[in-house]
Design a protein. Sequence first.
Length: 113
Amino acid sequence: QVQLVESGGGLVQPGGSLRLSCTASGSIFSIFAMAWHRQAPGKQRDLVALISNGGRANYADSVKGRFTISRDNSKSTVYLQMDSLKPGDTAVYYCNIHQTNYWGKGTLVTVSS
């Protein structure tokens, strides 16, 4: 059974930065693409960023140029560096093994002055 645990959320002012981490249990991490999604109150869950097992990244247009996804296979961890945060980035952020039903429980990011 694979478990994903996110951390790093919190309250930040507009223009600030946060780095989210997601650590996976088990030994399969390195062979899968990993993704970050987010869900704002009253809205659907949307894909934010995706990184292949080889490190190729793709981003939603809304975060391109501000967010950076990366991974450390030796630590079974995927990161989401979020810069120039906006109030519209406020959401619960979830990591996911791409195209599987393995999800973390989420970490709340609130961008507010």
